[in-house]
Design a binder for this molecule. Sequence first.
Ligand code: NAI
Ligand code: MG
Length: 492
Amino acid sequence: MATVTETAVVPVPKVRQTKILIGGEWRDSVSGKTFDTVNPATEEVIASIAEGDKEDVDLAVAAARKTFDSGPWSTMDARDRGRLIMRLADLVESNAAELAALETLDNGKPINDSMAADIPLVIDCLRYYAGWADKIHGDTIPIRGNYFCYTRREPIGVCGQIIPWNFPALMAAWKWGPALATGCTVVMKPAEQTPLSCLRMGELALEAGIPEGVINIVPGYGPTAGASLVKHPGVDKIAFTGEHLTAQIIMKDAAMTLKRLTFELGGKSPNVIFADADIDAAVAGAEFGLFFNQGQCCCAGSRVFVQESIKDEFVEKLVSRAHERTLGNPFDTGTSQGPQIDQAQFDKILAYVEKGKAAGADCLTGGTRFGNKGFFVEPTVFNNVTDDMPIATDEIFGPVMSILSFKDTDEIIRRSNNTFYGLAAAVWTRDVAKAHLYAKSVRAGTVWVNCYDVFDAAAPFGGFKMSGMGRELGEAGLNNYTELKTVTMSLD
Ligand code: NAI
Ligand code: MG
């Protein structure tokens, strides 16, 4: 079974910023209230954070509105705006070790992951969008008659951005990148579980010279600070990442002001392994696709479909890899799996384990708490899962893998699509035609072939069906931050 690792090889970072950022100033909440952010590996309080509510959101939106309406951000030369975003990326890079450690402290993810994945992807995303700033333009259109017709892509305005706790710094970068490149201003509400890296990035944005009021940050809870942002008439767009049930509330709350909405939501992504695949690569991909980030990924490959003839071999290899995962202190560079984010997620995951057992699936390993402090869950593998079991239909958001078997291509396409989600899918095969047929037929926003969780700032990401609306990253992500204006001029 997984072993405890003792030594913290990376020091715990100092928390520098715990306040609300409005118009370039760090302030306490209007109410004076604070909330605690907790270290999920120890269950100890890390820091008290200013708790934003409606009054704070009102002030933040006013600052973002004033900055947007009066410039200079939205009206400055686009290349200069790009240069400032580039400078923010450089500052994130020079403070990468501190940001990675803050992320590990607040979220519990292994320091290796924060250092190798989260923070490098933040830097890459900011640089990618910095490069777009001076390349956003419209078309000239040959309409009927003696007219000159052209389009302009203008910033959408004040953007409310609500992000979750699974990739706190990266989700901030995904949302700031296109907003800043297009000349929008931002009011961000980080998740209540993980405000620290976002607040530190707010400091770096000011240090980079991004003008006051462009990025405002209001930490707080969803139904208070989050809902106030969604309802505010001064906000033009809401970009949200989180649960589809929350997105449904946001859609209703945004209806009165008809805000633009983009959603990046959950999934129950199929990871399909054909008998002709490179089985060791597929086993490694299935392990990474589900257990990475403690299973707390919107695109987690949580339905692992294995073709019947190789199932026994696959299961044996997969379970042995699950046993090799090392749980423990996330600051130890030898740790590959940290704790879940909080008590609620921990309880939800273990409840699903019980549902899996009750439904008759075979729990081959894990299914229990690891240790006696922190929200650690043993890597868990269920075999002989069927499509109707709760562990096959619901997003668990934890280290719980469901292995199912299938016979042929038609069947697996149908069963892959038998879900209201449609975020991601993967297929493992050496047959090119089969790979393309599957990629074409699966109703999902991202399809990985012989790989999993390959992300790039240039590649659009988002969901079909109830996994989302609109796309993030790439040029598609940029277009969700602009309004398209058509100008028609008479030449008579
Ligand atoms: P959530 O969707 O409630 O929270 C995400 C963000 O939305 C947080 O910043 C939260 O404060 C905010 N929020 C919550 N209620 C709101 C409201 N009424 N108005 C405006 N903002 C609001 O997700 P939660 O409760 O943290 O996790 C529940 C489940 O959601 C997880 O078990 C997982 O299945 C899923 N989830 C999916 C994520 C993804 O990346 N797609 C990320 C986080 C959670
Ligand atoms: Mg919630």
